[in-house]
Design a protein around this ligand. Structure first.
Ligand SMILES: Nc1nc2c(c(=O)[nH]1)N[C@H]1C(S)=C(S)[C@@H](COP(=O)(O)O)O[C@H]1N2
Ligand SMILES: [Mo]
Length: 359
């Protein structure tokens, strides 16, 4: 299968100002300090996370196979999909490894800072529509999504495909979309052309790119990227506890001021975005120095996706100080002071601190 030329992909990422973590496969963060308070991240600046070389699929010959435990197996081309009912939804994708580089002791895996998160408007066919057409049969338990990309991974002799599943119930949620457009344009190759799954609220590993097959299965899927990776592994009372990575944890991202920025005494604007996969954002608070937590103003909320917030405060004492922001969602989930360490380094939702120099 033709793959995207890694050098080309890298050059484009650098030109767009992405923060490259690995060149091949390309893994790159969105430049946080360049983010502006708008719901969507410009597509060229959307973070990129790949496990294998990026497949270049042909729009004319590409087909989506829907099979397994269904009444009516389907084989759909891009044109057919585009003629089906559509939906558009803003959704924030966050890599489960976002913030991994801040964990101590260090853990293996991509060394993400805090920019493995972005938001786009996704347009496509509701997954529920496709599932209804295919008609899951009695005994159907999960829906498995298979990407076109493949490669070899530790512990497996043969190359594997990128695969993930959802329970039938999650797959039928009305906000889950088979997206063929991102911010109003066809999906670019690096984000899954021609069609990807988008599961709003879940860590982005669930949002399978370069989708070619959907299989309804009667078992619980436990492939590499579900049973071996993307699992919170902790030791509790000497016993290894394993929990799958699912919904995004609540988090506030500080965009302004920037790390190590020189800030003039007087008024200080603190700004950023906040999101939670479990419930809408209820509150964002900011603290300067060790000062009290002040409520930030929440800006316009899209139905899904992150919500921008800002606070105007004043700083008087010159010197180095720390600005922190923390979010709470409507179910009362809030952020820990220190990361909840786990062996593979997922879900670091600790309160972010930005050091600034008041002059
Ligand atoms: N087919 C396929 N889908 C994939 C991946 C992948 O490597 N292959 N990576 C997943 C992970 S871990 C993340 S964080 C998101 C990243 O999506 P993006 O590159 O569009 O930002 O895609 C997910 N879907
Ligand atoms: Mo990820």
């Amino acid at each position: 299968m033709p793959a995207m030329d890694p050098e080309n992909a890298l050059r484009r990422a650098v030109e767009a100002g992405l923060v490259v973590r690995t060149a091949d496969p390309l893994n790159a963060e969105t430049p946080i300090s360049e983010l502006i308070a708008s719901v969507v991240t410009p597509t060229a600046r959307f973070f990129v996370r790949n496990h294998f070389p990026m497949p270049v699929l042909d729009a004319d010959t590409w087909r989506l196979e829907v099979g397994g435990l269904v009444e009516r197996p389907l084989r759909l081309g891009l044109r057919e999909l585009r003629r089906m009912p559509t939906m558009t939804i803003a959704a924030t994708l966050e890599c489960a490894g976002n913030g991994r580089a801040l964990l101590e002791p260090a853990v293996p895996g991509e060394r993400w800072g805090l920019g493995a998160v972005s938001t786009a408007e996704w347009t496509g066919v509701p997954l529920a529509e496709i599932l209804d057409r295919a008609g899951p049969r009695a005994g159907a338990r999960e829906v498995l999504f298979r990407g076109a990309d493949q490669g070899t991974v530790e512990g497996h002799a043969e190359p594997i495909r990128f695969e993930r599943s959802l329970s039938l119930g999650e797959a039928r949620r009305p906000d889950v979309v088979l997206a063929y457009a991102m911010n109003g344009e066809p999906l670019p190759v690096q984000h899954g052309f021609p069609v990807r799954l988008v599961v709003p609220g879940w860590y982005a590993v669930a949002s399978v790119k370069w989708l070619t097959e959907i299989e309804v299965i009667e078992r619980a899927f436990a492939g590499h990227y579900q049973g071996e990776k993307y699992v919170y592994e902790t030791e509790q009372h000497g016993v290894l506890v394993r929990e799958p990575v699912t919904l995004q944890r609540v988090r506030a991202l500080l965009v302004e001021p920037r790390p190590d920025e020189q800030v003039a005494r007087g008024e200080l604007t603190v700004r950023g975005a906040a999101w939670s996969g479990e419930a809408p954002i209820a509150r964002v608070e900011v603290s300067v120095g060790e000062g009290r937590w002040q409520d930030a103003r929440l800006l316009d909320a899209p139905d899904h996706g992150w919500r921008w917030w800002e606070l105007s405060t004043s700083v008087d004492a010159p010197g180095v100080t720390t600005v922190r922001a923390r979010a709470t969602d409507r179910l009362g989930h809030h952020q820990p002071e220190h990361p909840a360490w786990n062996r593979l380094g997922y879900g670091n939702d600790a309160i972010q601190a930005v050091r600034v120099n008041i002059v």
